[in-house]
Design a protein around this ligand. Sequence first.
Ligand SMILES: C[S@@+](CC[C@H](N)C(=O)[O-])C[C@H]1O[C@@H](n2cnc3c(N)ncnc32)[C@H](O)[C@@H]1O
Length: 198
Amino acid sequence: MDDRREYFESFAEEWDKNFIAEDLEILSDEIASFRIKPGWRVIDLGCGTGVLFDMLRRLVGPDGMVLGVDFASRMLQRARKNFPFDNCLVIDADAEQLPLKPESFDIAISFASFPHFAHHAKVMEEVARILKPGGGFYIMHLLSSKELNSHHHNAGGPVAMDQLPPQEAMIRLFDQSHFLKVTITDRPGLYLASGIKA
Ligand SMILES: C[S@@+](CC[C@H](N)C(=O)[O-])C[C@H]1O[C@@H](n2cnc3c(N)ncnc32)[C@H](O)[C@@H]1O
């Protein structure tokens, strides 16, 4: 059992208090830049209680689908309760081993979760497998990598060493899974790394 799972299970009831309206506005603006279209299938890796679900479900509309993946079942219970919509589904699964068909999603987002995945390369491979060609993978945080790494260090426990890979290592991760057009923004208040599946 990954200690992180228990760690996140223990925060599920309180998790939604982490976000203020300003965070949601910034997230909404960033997500608007992903150009998500009606009818798309979106996967939200490490979705937690579903903070992105409402903005995503409005973009994909009734013909699209938002699938949240998380390995902390209590987080998912909250997500289901928060967003009981036909176009929002969740599955209890490890991001390193997705029980999903190849080339079945238009876009993948990992918000505030990538550093917590134990094997980054494995997650990259899985995302490359389940994305359709041309689909984007977006790794996003509302902190710079420096701010985030220090935030995890201060949090301690099983997440103390959960870091975003340095820029060159992150580019290599995307490259190894054959993503193209890799870009990284890393500034106070925002980290966004993305690549497009070949
Ligand atoms: C910091 S929380 C972020 C949750 C949500 N994205 C948010 O911003 O509110 C990280 C989430 O990733 C999940 N997680 C960590 N490792 C995972 C893995 N290997 N597979 C699936 N979920 C994982 C945790 O259970 C937790 O809900």
